[in-house]
Design a protein around this ligand. Structure first.
Ligand code: GDP
Length: 426
């Protein structure tokens, strides 16, 4: 059976923690989209880790971790991450890399950097990991599949052909050095040697595992609002963040996905540019940022302070719907324990009309939040293990949000560790 763990919002919802937790009972964890441009923070018995490319199942010896075909594979970063976890005492995980995954090339990263320089202040807040140039090339059909690393003739011909195209930009648009094709070929040989032990037909591997009754987790990166089709285009990422894409990016049948666990934060945070209707500023934001997550709301990859806001019922209802949610995992609820009253965004006012349906970007820019306030619980809820033991104001907050988003909150995360979880029967 296949379960997906995906984000309802702008990312950073705590998917890493939920995946790590659910991976205790999974045989395979698959990354199906995205690249090293976002990170998961995981706290477990080995310590605290920021993973960017490795699936969150790497801390268990019973799980196989798969880099699916939909991923933007940055080979040196993957290898560096493997080393960093094994250096900290984690046993070498079982990793498989799809022979159809495509490779983030050194020139993708350069293109991202040069484009950010060119746009200066007008950029979308790229993490400069080469993700947008990578996916552009994939769909322009000039990307490199992992399998191609193993055919010298294809590689040589393609490096020359692609360099010719890229060099126009390097020379005339950005006024930088041209690609040195001999050096690039050497780099690709190094990449080939690095990935060789891990490459296989991962789609077939997963299909066989499913026939044997194994459990597979699909681990999403970022959240619904960063999806290129259904998110806040153009302030989105370049690959689909939706559970439905899990079927494509892992190479499985769509009907295999039986459970979609959508991770939703008890307040909002976002990185990068774009409309963020429930955003807060000043001291109010600073306090939530400082208290948020595990040690503050700062990007796992970039270290940038995250933009903060109150819970947004409109964005989250939409976020859950687009994911096809069966279960909501509601995270970081413990963080809100300091507030006397908790503001919640329950609607958007656009051109004088209030709506609870998430609009297209053009209208989103005009939306003003409709705020309702709920009583706070004013205590620390970490360590609580059952729903009934939560303060009644806290339960009222959960139930209010559940009713507004329209999807069942079956898990409540009240701390960063694996065991900080409250299951709710629905
Ligand atoms: P992801 O990209 O969706 O995995 O999210 P991040 O890793 O960027 O952000 C989640 C942060 O919140 C991490 O630092 C987690 O350790 C932390 N975290 C996750 N769940 C909880 C929770 O329930 N309470 C608290 N206080 N922190 C949490």
């Amino acid at each position: 059976m296949v379960k997906a763990v995906v984000g309802a919002n702008w990312g950073d919802e705590g998917k890493g923690k939920i995946t790590d937790m659910l991976a205790a009972k999974a045989d395979i964890v698959v990354r199906f989209q995205g690249g090293a441009n976002a990170g998961h923070t995981i706290v477990n018995n080995y310590g605290k880790f920021a993973l960017h490319t490795l699936p969150s199942g790497v801390f268990y010896d019973h799980t196989t971790s798969i880099i699916g075909n939909g991923v933007a594979l940055n080979i040196p970063i993957l290898m560096g991450e493997l080393k960093s976890i094994t250096d900290k005492g984690v046993p070498m995980p079982k990793i498989l890399i799809s022979d159809r995954a495509q490779i983030v090339m050194p020139y993708h990263i350069l293109l991202d950097q040069y484009e950010e320089e060119r746009l200066a202040g007008k950029s979308f807040g790229s993490t400069k990991s080469g993700i947008a140039p990578f996916y552009s090339d994939k769909y322009a059909k000039i990307g490199f599949q992992v399998s191609e690393l193993f055919d010298e003739d294809i590689l040589k011909e393609k490096v020359e052909r692609v360099a010719e195209i890229k060099n126009v930009l390097f020379e005339h648009m950005y006024h930088k050095d041209k690609i040195d094709t001999a050096k690039l070929l050497d780099t690709l040989h190094e990449y080939r040697d690095m990935v060789k032990p891990f490459v296989c037909d991962t789609s077939l591997y997963i299909s066989n595992a499913l026939k044997e009754g194994k459990t597979v987790l699909l681990e999403g990166q970022l959240g619904t609002l960063k999806d290129p089709d259904h998110g806040i285009y153009p302030m989105v990422t370049s690959s689909s963040t939706l559970a439905a894409f899990g079927a494509i990016g892992a190479g499985i049948a769509p009907y295999e996905i039986k459970q979609v666990v959508t991770v939703c934060k008890a307040y909002s945070s976002a990185v990068g540019a774009g409309a963020f209707v429930s955003e807060i500023f000043g001291d109010e934001a600073d306090e939530l940022r400082r208290r948020g997550g595990d040690g503050g709301e700062y990007g796992a990859t970039t270290g940038r302070p995250r933009r903060m806001g109150w819970f947004d019922c409109v964005a989250s209802k939409y976020g859950c719907r687009m994911q096809g949610t069966t279960d909501v995992a509601f995270t970081v609820l413990d963080v809100l324990g300091y507030l006397d009253e908790i503001p919640v965004c329950t609607g958007y006012e656009i051109d004088g009309e209030v709506t609870t349906d998430f609009p297209v970007t053009r209208l989103l820019e005009k939306a003003k939040p409709v705020i309702e306030k709920l009583p706070g619980w004013k205590c620390d809820i970490r360590g609580i293990k059952t729903y009934e033991e939560l303060p009644k104001e806290c339960r009222a907050y959960v139930e209010f949000i559940e009713e507004r988003i329209g999807y069942p909150i079956t898990m409540i995360s009240n701390g960063p560790s694996r065991d900080d979880i409250i299951y709710r029967k629905k």
